[in-house]
Design a binder for this molecule. Structure first.
Ligand code: FES
Length: 370
């Protein structure tokens, strides 16, 4: 085995680490006492830069934590913590004439264990369930009411009525998901560390295959032809649960940015927005923009709204007037009719290749010489 000089011995202080290059590979040198170890800098998960992670004593040794999603490696042995099989690549080191030298071949090769059954395999493989004739409508209710004190929600009931109408008139397959029934973690903002750290399937889903967002990913991305989202208006915006959900959909949009891969094609979205006071158009504008950015097509007149105006503080009359409203009944049907008309047009001539006008990573300032 050959040894290659990589660093002056004096440049690596005790209990410190440095990254050096060995051919095309980045290696972390770590010194503790008289011992200098060398392990790969590229995380086995998604390639995060280990050297930027936290180093601490834990479990059975000294570990470095990947800053992207938290995988850990023993800095001396390169092994994952007890109970895990992953092995980071490890090189031998020697000191020669005041220089730190690394073996040109690994003494331990990288190993990433493969789960026999990946619970997210359908999402990885994008096993779409839509067909040229399917009519699958997903209703997503984002209202957030106390389940122990159930009461009528205008956005919920309009959504239920819309799904019933689609079932009765068009024999649509319908599924209703209430976000408030799902337990899921907030988007933890891995994208802000590196665009590559925001993955499909979402890294949170990988960490927890029971995360409630997984049913949204499956139904919205794989199953639905039409997605109908309902929200109440809260302080002039959509509900907090709506935002919690769409932040977790960043990983869908990010596939366009990173890989020019559009996950949502030939699908329609529309919206139900209800509130005691106004701001329907602003909420609609935000929802339309977001779903359009994911790749959904919007029909003409893609939302129905309900509000009674700025001075309508008499909320005890809201439900009664909503229930009696002819506009509600008519507009719910118009919305579904418009969705289905557009879906038929799309299915007649579906997009196989579709272009996204969104910026891709290859357009980023550091990748392009302006
Ligand atoms: S934990 Fe390192 S890249 Fe995900």
């Amino acid at each position: 085995m050959e040894y290659i000089e990589v660093l002056d011995q004096d440049d690596l202080k005790n209990d410190n680490h440095k990254v050096v290059k060995l051919k095309d590979r980045e290696i972390i040198l770590y010194k503790t006492g008289n011992n200098i170890t060398a392990i790969g800098n590229k995380c086995l998960h998604k390639g995060g830069p280990l050297s930027e992670g936290k180093i601490e004593k834990k479990y059975d040794g000294i570990y470095i934590t990947c800053p992207w999603h938290g995988w850990e490696y023993n800095l001396i042995t390169g092994k994952a913590p007890p109970g895990y099989d992953e092995q980071q690549v490890v090189f031998d080191t020697i000191l020669k004439n005041g220089k730190i030298c690394i073996s040109d071949q690994p003494i331990k090769f990288p190993f990433k264990s493969q789960h026999k059954v990946n619970p997210l395999q359908d999402l990885v493989d994008l096993k779409y369930e839509t067909t040229s004739t399917s009519l699958n409508i997903l209703g997503i209710s984002t209202t957030n009411m106390n389940k122990l004190l159930p009461r009528k929600s205008t956005s919920d009931s309009a959504l239920t009525e819309a799904l019933d109408y689609a079932k009765d008139k068009y024999q649509a397959n319908t599924v209703l998901i209430k976000i408030s029934d799902l337990e899921f973690r907030n988007c933890e903002g891995y994208y802000s560390r590196s665009e590559m750290a925001c993955t499909w399937p979402c890294s949170i889903s990988e960490m927890d295959s029971n995360d409630g967002m997984n049913s949204i990913y499956r139904k919205m991305i794989l199953w639905a032809d039409i997605v109908l989202v309902s929200t109440p208006i809260r302080w002039g915006n959509a509900s907090s649960l709506y935002y919690k959900m769409i932040e977790r959909l960043n990983c869908v949009q990010n596939q366009i940015t990173l890989n020019n891969k559009i996950l949502v094609k030939n699908k329609v979205a529309s919206f139900i927005i209800t509130g005691g006071q106004d701001n329907i158009q602003n909420v609609a504008g935000q929802m339309m923009m977001f779903f359009s950015e994911l790749g959904f097509a919007l029909p003409p007149y893609s939302f129905m709204g309900w509000s009674r105006g700025w001075t309508a503080e008499d909320m005890e009359h809201n439900i009664k007037q909503f229930t009696k409203s002819r506009y509600i009944k008519r507009s719910i049907r118009d919305l579904i009719d418009n969705d289905i008309k557009l879906l038929h047009q799309i299915k007649t001539d579906p997009c196989i290749n579709i272009n996204s006008t969104q910026p891709k990573i290859s357009d980023a300032p550091t990748k392009v010489n302006y």
